[in-house]
Design a protein around this ligand. Sequence first.
Ligand code: FEO
Length: 167
Amino acid sequence: MVLSAKMRDALNAQMTFELQSAYEYFAMSAWYKAQNLEGFASFMKMHGIEEMQHAQKFYDYVFERMSEAEFGALKKPKAKYDSALDAMETAFKHELAVTKRIHDLVDLASKEKDKATEAFLQWFVTEQVEEEALVDEIVQRLKQVGDFAPGLFFLDREVAGRAQSGH
Ligand code: FEO
């Protein structure tokens, strides 16, 4: 069944937002790299790649529903942060915004009586729980470390390991 125009536009807007998320995380990765925090840089790069995969899921789904994918404009991502914690907190807030958008999409699918889209979106509902928890854990660790430089470099190593293992 073809998507309703409202549903199609909302899914396309989310596809663009996922690409925007990738853009933000790649810019954060570059900032971490400039601070010689290679672990955080890898983690953010991996996160950006995941966002591109999320965008791809929306893209594929819109076509599966015999509708057209339409790309919106991307904004210039923020390039400077005050600290490793500031960047990670920004990522956390961004994930909260993604979660809200996904939940709004579920509400719209329900309003449109689009059961297939509701089912499709469930993967993202679960994924957001995982993403929020993952980023929040690193935010909490960064808060514990504070300004203690050796602690920050130790945490950077640990986060590098997570980027390699995928979590
Ligand atoms: Fe695609 Fe991190 O949300």
